[in-house]
Write a new protein. Sequence first.
Length: 248
Amino acid sequence: MDYYSLKMRASQHVGEGENSHEQHISGAERIVSRDSVEAVCTAMVRRAMTHSKGDPDFINVKIEKVHESDIQILKSLPVTRIDVETWQEGLEKAFELVGEAAAGIREKLPELLRETFPMRGAMLYDIATGERLEPDHARGVRATYMDALHSSVVDSCKNHFNEAIVLATKVANAPGMVAEFCVSDDPNYITGYVASKELGYVRIMKMKEMGDENGGRIFLFDSRKASAEECIEYLQKKKVLVDVVGRT
């Protein structure tokens, strides 16, 4: 059976003159069967038009055929949940967990996280050299071509859990990947996570204040295990469906 990759990106023009730029409003992607394409496209556009960040000036929807033989099936990372009283406690817990996965990174994480706030994609940070490896530091690296194996059409509206665990599972399986750190840039979503093959997918229920539009994603990579080119190729081009096995 053939599938179709659907990607939606929405942005808004902000500022005037030299200070003008396109601000990301919303994004989503799915891999669906042919008979779901129309419904999912409609849901994606609805999502772009009703986002809490405002009305988009530009919406792009890309549809691309994907052959079943090109798709890798992955079992989702095991899920755990950590409840905290404050977002500061949650952020500190996330820093600690990533520090356990990547020795020596703990003290650098707050600064690295701040550097990701204006980025559209993720930072690819090499723990072996202390270098950022994204070809474009402003844009970052994006993990694309992925979906949950048994997603329904309604999931295209917004399913934070499915989207996050699918992305985290793909990232964890990328060559040379050590761990991932994520805080959503959605002002109405304060849950974040850390993930790796060893940690699993760890949801931390508060990682920022409600209404905070800042968020970022860091991929911690080890160049002693794989090349950056191999890792980026997998993240950006490998087609993946994730069998999401549980929710916490």
